[in-house]
Every structure is written in C-alpha cells, then in structure tokens.
Ligand binder design. Structure first.
Ligand code: AMP
Ligand code: MG
Length: 276
C-alpha cells in the first residue's frame, strides 16, 4: 500500500468567514487514486478497522463526546456514508439520529428543541442524518417561516454549537457535494431498479427544480456557520468510494486528536487471581 497519495481531509474544510462558491468547488475529486486499484480497497479496509479501534477507545475512555453532522442534497449519499464509514463499529457506542419533517409537537416548539436531546453523551459518537440545518435549508428554500425568522438562525446555531463544544463535544460537519448530473443519474437508478423504488419520492423531482435555491442556501450555511470549533467540510461526493475514504480519514484524524486512553482500573489488580 506504499504508493498511494495520502488523504488530506483538511483541504476540504471551510475556513471561518471565507466565501463559498459551490459551482467552483469540485464534486468529483479522486485524490489521485483509482477505484480499481487493489491498494485502494486495502486502504478502505484498513481505515475502517482503525475507525473501529478508535471508537472502541472513545467508548472506553468515556470522557469525550463526538457529533458528526451530515447534510447533502437529495441522493447526496448520507445513508451510504453512514453504512460504509461505520461498518463493523460497535453499535453500543454509535447512534444515528435522523431528522425528518417535524411532527406537530416538534413544530410547536423552537427548532432546536428536538435536536438537543440527541446530542452525544460522554463516550458516544452521534451522527445526525440531516439536522438543525434543515431549518435554514428546506425551510429557507420553501419559505416555511418568514425570512425575518430564519435569518436569525445562523447566529442561534453558531451559539448552540459553541455551547456543545465548550461543554466537551467535538463537532465535525460534512456537506456531501454532488453535481446536478450525478443527482440525475442517481435518481434515474432509483427509478430503474424496483428494489430502489422505496427511496424514490416524486417530491425529489420538485426539489431538483429548486437546485439553485438550495445551492444558495447551502452556501450561506457553509459561510455563516463554519467555525473553529464546529467546522464544515465540503466533501466531494460524486465518487462514493473516495467520499468514504475522506470521511473515514477525517474521523480518524478527529478521534486521534482527542488523546484517548484506556482508563486505569481503580482497584489494585496486582496479584489478583481468578478463583476456580
Ligand atoms: P428523507 O431524509 O429522504 O427521509 O426525507 C426527510 C424529509 O424531511 C426531507 O424532505 C427534509 O427536507 C424534511 N425535513 C427535515 N427536517 C425538516 C425541517 N426542520 N423542516 C421541514 N422539513 C424537514
Ligand atoms: Mg429522500
């Protein structure tokens, strides 16, 4: 596996305060690698077992909380990312919270009410499959609340995430970036394959017509809410295998930065024998 270029997730991080133009941000990077290269398969497997190892250690260490936020356009690959990046990971330490259209009770509260209770506890990784960001995405694109209200949400969200970070949560936010052509192909595949029909919603075609409005909403989100403690990464996601490599590497870098340890046993184990 010696000759593969190294993967540097940091090149996809949105610097706080920088302008984002998604039309000029690559969706089809391959990091100088080829899917068919057997070394790439081996790399994927080794990153996967490293994630497994580190998650186990995070759980044992029990001091840190990790929140991964996933946002994307329809067909952007949120489910596939979760399936692949966390494959084989102990389900006790990783939770997925999916945010669908809010219920009546949820709508009767402020938009962060349903979100906060799903944030990670010590030792846990929680993946948000969609998130509070829908409240500045679908809500903004469809005018579900007046502009005057959603405009203030970028500030709330920055403060909310800063609260989580200040109280010990490590946050990584991933925007899976695909091209409009790639979305067309993925929608077509869902239409052509009866086993994928369950994933196809006619509503997705309406959403596709709002592609440019969504792009503007994603750009505003990335520009206004990427911070030092809760950075956004724009992950090139046309190639699923490369997307998975980058996200696995990013998770590994994040977990390694936490300086995790197996805790000492509080009892003195010296000379302890197991009775027959
Ligand atoms: P899916 O992820 O395909 O199951 O779809 C979930 C749907 O819920 C998407 O159409 C989202 O846009 C929608 N959704 C999630 N959060 C919100 C929200 N806060 N307000 C309105 N719609 C939402
Ligand atoms: Mg959908």
């Amino acid at each position: 596996m010696a000759k593969l270029p190294s993967i540097d997730p940091d090149r996809y991080r949105v610097r706080p305060g920088s302008a984002v133009d998604l039309r000029r941000t690559a969706t089809d990077d391959n990091g100088g690698m080829k899917k068919s290269d057997p070394d790439v398969g081996a790399l994927a497997a080794s990153l996967n077992s490293r994630v497994e190892e580190l998650q186990e250690l995070l759980y044992a260490d029990g001091r840190h909380k990790v929140l991964v936020v996933l946002q994307a356009t329809d067909t952007g690959g949120k489910d596939g990312t979760i399936r692949h990046v966390f494959e084989g990971v102990n389900p006790q330490g990783v939770k997925v919270a999916s945010f669908k259209r809010p219920t009546e009770v949820e709508l009767a509260h402020d938009y962060l009410w349903r979100v906060h209770r799903h944030t990670p506890a010590s030792g846990e990784i929680v993946v948000f499959n969609r998130s509070h960001y829908e409240d500045v995405l679908v809500v903004r694109v469809h005018g579900l609340v007046p502009e005057k209200r959603w405009k203030k949400r970028y500030d709330h969200i920055r403060h909310f995430e800063q609260l989580l970070a200040d109280e010990g949560t490590t946050i990584v936010k991933l925007f899976l970036h695909i091209s409009k052509d790639e979305q067309k192909e993925r929608l077509q595949q869902r239409l052509d394959d009866p086993e994928k029909h369950w994933k196809f919603a006619l509503g997705d075609l309406d959403e596709r017509e709002h592609w440019d409005d969504y792009r503007a909403a994603f750009e505003a989100m990335l520009e206004q809410t990427s911070t030092e403690d809760a950075p956004w990464y724009v992950i090139p996601a046309d190639r699923k295998w490369y997307r998975n490599l980058v996200i696995s590497q990013l998770l590994i870098d994040t977990l390694e930065s936490l300086d995790l340890h197996h805790p000492e046993n509080e009892d003195n184990l010296e000379g302890v024998t197991i009775p027959d």
